[in-house]
Write a protein that binds this ligand. Sequence first.
Ligand code: SF4
Ligand code: SF4
Length: 89
Amino acid sequence: MKIEDKLSLNKFDIDREVHIRVDEEKCKECRLKPCLYACPAECYVERGGRVVFSYEGCLECGSCRFSCKKGAIDWVNPRGGFGISYQFG
Ligand code: SF4
Ligand code: SF4
């Protein structure tokens, strides 16, 4: 089974409150943009030379927080009951 197939089995109860915020001003100064490669769910994408983030498909792995050396990512877990439910976790 491919990783995309496995990820599609996860279920989300998306919180309206955003649990990860990204400081775009710091991103402008970030040359390598490691978050683009660290996130297994591709929540970070590059569009028109800037990083665009969406929290809805977040797997709550925390990789982006550790990849960002500029402290641009404000990361907390979703509120209780919200976020991802793993089928095979
Ligand atoms: S690694 Fe951090 S500073 Fe760099 S683009 Fe990603 S979130 Fe922005
Ligand atoms: S916590 Fe993991 S899945 Fe969520 S945005 Fe960060 S790297 Fe992506």
